[in-house]
Design a binder for this molecule. Structure first.
Ligand code: 5GP
Ligand code: ZN
Length: 115
């Protein structure tokens, strides 16, 4: 996708603080963190949002959760806990139209997740 900011991060056309990368997945620190640990995990394949997932994407979504497990261990938040969030669509507050999983942690998060 030509003008997708996350595709540009994948291609290293714009800089980011990458914490994990393999042939299918990249994870980098959010530019505007809302928690001490705020990392975005994305598939290298451009998938616009959760509702655009196809049957063939089931494997990559499973792998993303395995990568999330590795990252939370790496970041030292595995035991204390963390939150994984996927925003979808306008009401869901999705700003970047490339599927991404927010990992939030490093502090006790409030229970309020909407509002
Ligand atoms: P959304 O609201 O779409 O679920 O989340 C998009 C996230 O991407 C936001 O938390 C925002 O701070 C982050 N973000 C937007 N542009 C960039 C960027 O260029 N670099 C990084 N590292 N994060 C970005
Ligand atoms: Zn993209």
């Amino acid at each position: 996708m030509e003008d997708c900011i996350f595709c540009k991060i994948i291609k290293k056309e714009i800089p980011s603080n990458i914490v994990y990368e393999d042939s299918e997945i990249v994870a980098f620190r959010d530019i505007n963190p809302v928690a001490p640990v705020h990392i975005l995990v994305i598939p290298k394949k451009h998938i616009s949002s959760l509702i655009d997932l196809k049957a063939e994407d089931e494997i990559i979504i499973g792998k993303i959760y395995t990568v999330i497990n590795k990252i939370v261990e790496q970041e030292g938040i595995k035991e204390k806990g963390f939150r994984v969030v996927v925003n979808c669509g306008e009401d869901g507050g999705q700003e970047v139209k490339h599927l991404h999983f927010h990992i939030l942690g490093g502090k006790k998060l409030g229970l309020k997740i909407c509002g």
